[in-house]
Design a binder for this molecule. Structure first.
Ligand code: FMN
Length: 193
């Protein structure tokens, strides 16, 4: 496979597209798009989000110690992009997107109602990375789209329609098609004794 070097940069994909909801001490809700987001521990359930220290969202989280990570469906690509190019310091992103809020169960920060998967988080601690802060959040609750579940409990991933972000080339894609079963199909290569 012939390759070219890109140097030390942040071209890496796919990434999830999420909207982080947060509130200020005055109770104003802000929405911010974030793709540097991932689950980093199962026990305890923990999510990590990397935020530039200049973000209004970062300020809100440090003040209230809570935030929610809302998965963005492909149908909301334009709204998500807007929440990633304007700051809550200058604009009311909730009003300009027409997104609506849902009541959380464990924290005070509202969830994005149009998101099929909402993660309620309590801020644990941060790691300084130059201009960025890696924030660790304890997952307090997850809300998943009811209609994605079959009676058997199986989840239809397509129902979530997650918007995929391609970092470095700045494109949004949809999920595409399933190609294998995890923790299962790899076993076909395991040593047979
Ligand atoms: C697709 C996309 C992904 C982004 N991911 C991040 C991210 O992970 N961390 C970050 O600090 N900024 C990220 N941004 C930029 C912020 O969303 C943007 O600076 C936003 O205006 C900050 O809003 P706030 O000041 O209201 O918090 C992203 C923007 C886009 C369009």
């Amino acid at each position: 496979m012939s390759k070219r070097t890109l140097g030390p940069c942040v071209t890496f994909f796919p990434q999830p597209t999420t909207i982080i909801s947060s509130i200020s001490l005055a109770g104003e809700v802000n929405l911010m798009t974030a793709s540097w987001v991932g689950i980093v521990s199962k026990t305890p359930p923990t999510i990590a989000v990397s935020l530039n220290s200049g973000r209004k969202t970062y300020e809100n989280i440090l003040q209230t110690k809570e935030f929610a990570v809302n998965l963005v469906p492909a149908s909301l690509a334009v709204e998500a992009d807007y929440c990633g190019v304007r700051s809550g310091r200058e604009e009311d992103k909730l009003k300009n997107t027409n997104l609506t809020l849902e009541t959380p169960s464990q924290i005070a920060v509202p969830l994005v109602a149009e998101s099929p998967l909402n993660v309620e988080c309590r801020f644990i601690r941060e790691i300084e990375l130059g201009d960025y802060r890696l924030l660790l959040g304890e997952i307090a609750e997850i809300h998943a789209l009811d209609s994605a579940f079959a009676e058997s409990g199986d989840i239809d991933a397509k129902a979530f329609d997650p918007l995929v972000y391609l970092g470095g080339i700045r494109q949004y894609w949809d999920l595409g098609k399933k190609c294998a079963n995890a923790y299962q199909d790899g076993l076909t290569l395991a040593d047979k004794k």
